[in-house]
Design a protein around this ligand. Structure first.
Ligand code: M6R
Length: 612
């Protein structure tokens, strides 16, 4: 969604801001803008569309010499919520005097009230945004101290925000604040950066300060001074970013999605590193922060997440019940707090999120804590809000996921959920023997994924027929049902083909009416106790002229009705969810490529959904 970058230092701010914005393009946006300090005045430019258009404007309007003298600025990519993607609605927004500029992520819930009050005082708004109410309110309070004015304004505001503000009257300073929208400050040598996402600042510094909700920071080239909204000083640690700048580059791949698909042997290896106990057939997950007794006494596991993370939770559901004999359920995070959930101190609520910033998942974490449940995060982005608020958790260590379509996060999430199920299982009903066998299989995951990746060109061939269609079904049973849902999500998200994931047995209860001759039906037909049933369901489609693409087990039972097959290595049916999903990721990727789609940034989508 929206992205923020700020720079204060000794170099020209504009190139730093533009390259930071480019790093944030993956989050999804529809307009961009920036403001820089030039002596005691501000220069601003905004553009609808890509950052490249903003960069063209910068080149056309500001000479390099002029830019080189401006070493402070803020910039933004906007994903429209209040008002269409127009130049007037793009950030930065100004106060009435035009001497203050602000960029904002999040949603101001009481902006109408503030706007009405300001209009009654004579303000004439130039945009339809909620943000302009904040920039104008700051201007109202400004009496020569920007931080004070920001604090006074924020105390009037309800909603979520990450903001960065500059004033023409305070050269060399940026004021930033957050509540509900992430902000990180990069601390360099004689320069500081601010960003909504560390990937925008990694090429400058690895030393970062994550702001907490309620923090307001005054940032200069050499200092970061943090207070709360009552002006009380706050101490925040400087952390070291774990990933390298190269992790947010394509590294020779045509798309980030393809790179991330191919990174999965390594990302899953990282998720497993130091966590598999192959001697005792169990897992070591200190981040769960629970004693053996607490784990034994757990009454239920409730997983919450959205989109791909929700699908990972659905696989976890099978793993927990099968391996650990513990009641498990998965709830869409968006639903959790509104249904007044039944959870208490004997329940473990697992919040699953790649970004750790998804608004609905964060709200579920807060609700679960409120109800006294044990809460843990299963998160990829280190230092993200969910990771910090959950208090305990297990990181995926998948590295930055840039493509909007989530791939390596899913396999990391499932791998960690399998570890959790193994650990809980060994404390409950799982024998050492079964534990050892499973631990061995989990340890093979990187090589199982490699085996699928080797079939890239065969899968690309299968994609050729699929790319010509506008509709597709994905069918699976048991733990392959969520894989079918995930396969369909991947396809629709990046290729714009209408795809439905279904439990294989559910098709004949209605959706089969949609089948037309030649329609692609992807069937997850790996070796499992329900294979015969799945094949039976596929037969029903075949009888109606469907084109069957079967995901089958190497040297496993034949699926004679399949028109095309993709082979995954033989492994435990729970573990097979990972190689199977990798095959479906590649299939979707190649279909989208053949259809000429903008794979890494599909229309209308944002990488991190920070609004409800
Ligand atoms: O960052 P999160 O895992 O919380 O994100 C949840 C969903 O928005 C995300 O998985 C989304 O469905 C992906 N674009 C799917 O590829």
């Amino acid at each position: 969604m929206c992205g923020i970058v700020g720079y204060v230092g000794r170099s020209a701010a504009t190139p730093v801001l533009l390259s930071g914005l480019r790093r944030l393009e993956y989050r999804g946006y529809d307009s961009a803008g920036l403001s820089i300090q030039e002596g005691k005045s501000l220069l601003s430019l905004r553009a609808v569309g890509k950052v490249a258009r903003l960069a063209d404007k910068v080149r056309a309007e500001w000479s390099e010499d002029r830019q080189s003298k401006c070493s402070v600025g803020i910039a933004h990519t906007r994903w429209a919520t209040h008002g269409a993607p127009t130049e007037a609605n793009a950030h930065p927004h100004a106060d009435a005097s035009g001497r203050i500029r602000l960029v904002h992520n999040g949603i101001i819930e009481n902006y109408r009230v503030i706007r009405a009050k300001l209009e009654a005082k004579g303000h004439v708004f130039s945009s339809e945004t909620d943000t302009e109410a904040v920039s104008r309110l700051i201007g109202e309070y400004y009496k020569g101290d920007l931080r004070k004015a920001v604090i006074s304004a924020l105390r009037q505001i309800e909603g979520a925000y990450g903001i960065a503000v500059i004033s023409a009257d305070e050269p060399g300073r940026i004021v930033v604040a957050r509540k509900g929208s992430p902000l990180v400050i990069g601390v360099g040598e004689g320069e500081c950066l601010v960003a909504s996402d560390p990937s925008a600042l990694i090429s400058h510094t690895r030393r970062v300060i994550y702001l907490d909700d309620g923090d307001v920071a005054l940032v200069t080239a050499d200092s970061v001074d943090i207070t709360d909204l009552n002006h009380a000083p706050m101490d925040r640690d400087v952390a070291e970013l774990e990933f390298e700048a190269g992790a947010v580059e394509k590294g020779g791949y045509a798309h980030f999605m393809l790179k991330e698909i191919h990174e999965q042997p390594e990302s899953v290896r990282n998720a497993l590193r130091g966590r598999l106990d192959l001697l005792n057939g169990t897992a070591v997950l200190s981040g769960m922060g629970a004693t053996a007794r607490e784990l034994i006494e757990l009454q239920r596991i409730v997983m919450v997440g959205c989109g791909t993370s929700l699908h990972a939770g659905m696989v976890g559901d099978f793993a927990f019940e099968d391996l650990a004999a513990i009641q498990a359920e998965v709830q869409p995070a968006a639903e959790f707090r509104y249904r007044n959930p039944l959870v208490d101190g004997r329940d473990l609520v697992v919040a699953i999120s790649q970004s750790g910033e998804t608004a609905d998942t964060l709200a579920a974490v807060r609700e679960a804590k409120e109800k006294g449940a044990m809460v843990m995060g299963l998160v990829n982005v280190v230092g993200s809000t969910i990771a910090r608020e959950a208090g305990r958790g297990v990181y995926l260590h998948a590295g930055p996921e840039i493509s909007v379509a989530s791939t390596k996060a899913f396999t990391g999430q499932v791998a960690v959920l399998l570890l959790m199920a193994l650990k809980l299982g060994r404390g409950r009903r799982l024998s050492r023997e079964r534990g050892l066998a499973l631990a061995g299989e989990i340890g093979r995951l990187p090589e199982l994924i490699e085996a699928v990746l080797k079939q890239d060109s065969a899968i690309a061939k299968v994609a050729e027929s699929m790319a010509k269609h506008e509709h597709a079904f994905f069918l699976g049973r048991g733990p392959m049902h969520p894989v079918a849902l995930e396969g369909a999500l991947k396809l629709k998200e990046i290729s714009y083909i209408h795809a439905e994931g279904y439990h294989a047995a559910e098709l004949k209860h209605g959706p089969i009416a949609l089948l037309t001759p030649g329609m692609p039906v992807v069937v997850l037909a790996n070796r499992s106790s329900v294979l015969e049933k799945t094949i039976g369901n596929a037969e029903e489609c075949k009888a109606r002229g469907a084109h069957i693409i079967a995901i089958v087990t190497e040297d496993g039972p034949e699926v004679a009705i399949a028109d095309e097959v993709i082979i995954i290595p033989d492994c435990d049916p729970l573990i097979a969810t990972i190689p199977a999903v990798v095959a479906l990721q590649l299939l979707s990727y190649h279909v989208a490529r053949l259809r000429g789609c903008p794979i890494d940034q599909p229309r209308n989508l944002a990488k991190s959904v920070t609004v409800e």
